[in-house]
Design a protein around this ligand. Structure first.
Ligand SMILES: Cc1cc2nc3c(=O)[nH]c(=O)nc-3n(C[C@H](O)[C@H](O)[C@H](O)COP(=O)(O)OP(=O)(O)OC[C@H]3O[C@@H](n4cnc5c(N)ncnc54)[C@H](O)[C@@H]3O)c2cc1C
Length: 216
């Protein structure tokens, strides 16, 4: 069956998008060039931080408030979110306009129970930090295991996961028609490129926008 959407890349963005599209009733195929979690993917790691602290960015912070609820709910099916809290520490006082002070002020205004660490220079921190704060709403997740879990959920939901590498996005008459792989062409109604740092290889128009490619 011709997929409505072909997702290129099985990192956290690719699998999350595939699951969301499948949940809306689309026929989705995802192509990933190695078994997920691929060790080359940015998403694959022992741990990654989950935080709502994003400086003065109120929109991103609001998204993360929703995401924190999602992570907590997700823990009922897969205990992957460790809500240990997160600490931001600075050398010297938190400065006007700094990421830390902007985050602190925005989160306080949104009711986060932050603990200011001002004047609590700690030997446990090697005496290097003088100021900062502790936010109990945040923590970490073993991100490689998160991707593995997403991959299982996607397959259970009916996403077709294929092993392979996209060489090019195909288009005819200004419309995307599928992708070219080493094993031939894969037609699709739409192509969603979620190839992380490699995205600009498939969508060269992204290259001037400071997308860094990594080897290989
Ligand atoms: C060192 C480091 C630390 C980070 N720490 C954090 C953190 O603590 N908290 C946080 O929220 N974020 C963190 N990030 C950012 C986060 O990891 C990334 O934003 C996120 O993982 C990107 O996911 P992605 O799905 O876009 O890309 P990726 O995870 O890189 O996935 C892209 C996938 O596409 C596949 N692919 C590429 N090209 C092709 C092709 N042609 N055909 C088929 N498949 C292809 C790759 O194999 C890969 O699996 C960190 C990033 C790094 C590098």
């Amino acid at each position: 069956m011709l997929p409505d959407v072909l997702v290129v890349g099985g990192g956290v963005f690719g699998f999350t998008a595939a699951l969301a599209l499948r949940g809306r009733g689309h026929a989705v195929t995802l192509i990933e060039r190695g078994p997920p979690p691929n060790p080359e993917a940015s998403s694959t790691d022992i741990s990654k931080i989950i935080r709502a602290d994003y400086g003065a960015d109120a929109e991103y912070t609001a998204w993360m408030e929703d995401a924190l609820e999602g992570w907590r709910a997700w823990n009922d099916e897969a205990p992957l979110f460790h809500e240990t809290g997160v600490t931001f520490a600075t050398r010297g006082p938190m400065a006007e306009g700094s990421f830390e002070l902007d985050s602190f002020r925005l989160l306080m205004s949104r009711g986060f129970p932050l603990e200011r660490l001002h004047g609590r220079r700690s030997a446990a921190w090697g005496g290097t930090f003088d100021d900062g704060y502790f936010n109990p709403r945040g923590g970490w997740a073993p991100s490689g295991r998160v991707v593995a879990h997403l991959a299982r959920r996607a397959i259970e939901a009916g996403v077709v996961v294929r092993d392979g590498s996209a060489r090019a996005v195909l288009a005819e008459g200004g419309c995307v028609t599928g992708i070219e792989t080493g094993a031939g062409r894969l037609p699709a109604g739409a192509v969603l490129v979620a190839a992380g740092a490699w995205s600009a290889k498939l969508v060269p128009a992204l290259a001037p926008r400071s997308v860094w490619s990594v080897s290989p």
